[in-house]
Write a protein of this length. Structure first.
Lengths: 102, 166
C-alpha cells in the first residue's frame, strides 16, 4: 500500500508557516496581515494532528481544537480593534497606525 | 492513492497560501485562505482526525472567514495603494525565512526518516467519541478556561466595536 512519509506533512506545515510569516512581514494591508496570522495557526494545527497520528494519541487533536478556539476569540477581538481604528482614521495601511511610536 | 491525495491537496494548499500572500486585494486573499483551510481539512481526514476536519470546515472556513469577509465588505477595503514594507524588513526577512525553512526541513528529515509513513486508517482514535471523552476528562480544566476566554472575547469585541469616540 502506497503511503505518505510523515516528514512530508511536517514539511508542508513548515512551508505554510513560512508563507504566513512572509505575509505578516511584507504586506501593508492590516486585514491581510491578520489573515497571515490565521495561516500560521493553521500550519501549526497540521503539525499537531500529524504528531497525534505519529504517537497514536488523541491529545494532539485536543491541542488543535484549543488552537481553533483561541483563533476564533482572537479573530473576533482583532477585527473589532480594526473596526475601531478604522473609525478614527480611514486607512487600512498598517504603517499609518504609528501613534504609539513617537 | 494516499500519495496522490496528499500531493493534490498539499499543492493546492501551497498555491492558495502563495495567493494569500501575493494578492493585493484582501477579498481575494480571504477566498484563497478558505482554499487553504478546505485542503487542510482533507489532509486531517487522511491522518484520521475526523472531528478536527469537521471542526476545521465549520469553525475556520464557516465562522472565522465569514467574519473576515464581513469586515472586508464593511470597511469597503480596496486594493493596496502601496505594497511592500520597509527595506529593512525585506532585506532581513527573506534570508531569515529561507534559513528557518531550511533548518526545519533538515531536522524533520533527520528526525523522521522515510520509513515512518502514514496511511489512511492507520489511526482511528480521532472521532467525536474519543475527542469528547478526552475533552471532558483529561482536559476538563483547559476546556472550562476556553469557555471563559470566549466569554471575555465576546464582551471585549462588543465593548470595542461600540466604543464612542471622544
Amino acid at each position: 500500500m502506497a503511503s505518505v512519509p510523515i516528514s512530508w506533512f511536517l514539511t508542508l506545515s513548515a512551508v505554510l508557516f513560512a508563507l504566513g510569516v512572509a505575509g505578516f512581514l511584507f504586506r501593508r494591508n492590516i486585514i491581510t496581515v491578520f489573515m497571515s496570522i490565521e495561516l500560521m495557526l493553521n500550519a501549526v494545527n497540521l503539525s499537531f494532528v500529524t504528531f497525534a497520528y505519529q504517537f497514536k494519541k488523541v491529545d494532539g487533536h485536543l491541542l488543535a481544537l484549543f488552537v481553533m478556539v483561541v483563533a476564533a476569540a482572537e479573530a473576533a477581538v482583532g477585527l473589532a480593534i480594526i473596526l475601531t481604528v478604522f473609525k478614527r482614521r480611514p486607512s487600512l495601511d498598517i504603517d499609518d497606525v504609528n501613534s504609539m511610536k513617537n | 492513492m494516499d500519495v496522490i491525495l496528499f500531493l493534490v491537496f498539499a499543492l493546492f494548499a501551497v498555491a492558495c497560501a502563495i495567493n494569500v500572500v501575493v494578492q493585493r486585494h484582501p477579498i481575494t486573499s480571504a477566498i484563497s485562505l478558505i482554499g487553504v483551510m478546505a485542503s487542510l481539512a482533507v489532509l486531517y481526514l487522511l491522518l484520521g482526525a475526523e472531528f478536527i476536519a469537521a471542526a476545521q470546515v465549520i469553525v475556520y472556513a464557516g465562522a472565522i472567514m465569514v467574519l473576515f469577509v464581513f469586515v472586508i465588505m464593511l470597511l469597503n477595503a480596496g486594493a493596496e495603494l502601496r505594497s511592500g514594507r520597509s527595506l529593512m524588513a525585506q532585506a532581513l526577512g527573506v534570508p531569515l525565512l529561507a534559513a528557518l525553512l531550511g533548518i526545519v526541513a533538515f531536522f524533520v528529515q533527520r528526525l523522521f526518516p522515510r520509513e515512518t509513513t502514514t496511511h489512511f486508517g492507520g489511526f482511528t482514535g480521532g472521532g467525536a467519541k474519543e475527542v469528547g471523552r478526552a475533552l471532558f476528562t483529561t482536559y476538563l480544566l483547559p476546556f472550562e478556561a476556553t469557555s471563559i476566554l470566549i466569554l471575555i472575547a465576546i464582551v471585549g469585541a462588543i465593548v470595542l466595536a461600540h466604543k464612542e469616540l471622544d
